[in-house]
Design a binder for this molecule. Sequence first.
Ligand SMILES: [Zn+2]
Length: 232
Amino acid sequence: MSESQPVPSPAVAEDPVERLFDGVREFRDNVFPERRERFEELAKGQNPRILFITCADSRVVPEMITQTEPGDLFVCRNIGNIVPAYGEMMGGVSAVVEYAVVALGVTDIVVCGHSNCGAMAGLIRDPAKLDNMPTVRSWLRNAHAARSVVEVLHPELEGDDKIQALVEQNVVTQLQHLSTHPAVAAGIASGRVELHGWVYDIETGSISLHDAAQGRMVPFEESQGLKRKANA
Ligand SMILES: [Zn+2]
């Protein structure tokens, strides 16, 4: 190697898997020792209170945006933060929901969509792009009801505005699907389980919450104000 060639920095690995290994070393050497007691406690078992269902998108990190710790969230991620209605597709998501409610006894379920969601964009823009992804296309059928609602309620919307409306409506649709699962329906009926719809904005880091009474997404700060008013 000549002197003019740049020497790769050992601090930032170029290879994506080397980057993971760097992280593993950092975790093992620095992060884990600081929280050893917490992890020893967690090794005995988990008792998360919240099932957090969100998109597989790499930019959405549930534990970061909620500043929660290992053991706090039972997480389910998939393309488009989708929950098939009960009986539609008895797969991984349905099993997660059932396990979270029945075995873990979670008290709250959050469905969290996000801005700039590629899955929602795929439903609106150029559906032909999904031709070579038959599994994705089939999976996104679980969001067709949301698209129909947006098209009838907001026929004027186009482009990014339409995608954002679909992101928000899809959260509402998936909450409806959730409530068709027997364990969830029973939990809601008995007052043991509460459902929450969120949309996370990647660019600003802000959260909006679905307000069922108003039938719209309410910015986080405003929703906290409404809660204070209701409790006053
Ligand atoms: Zn997404």
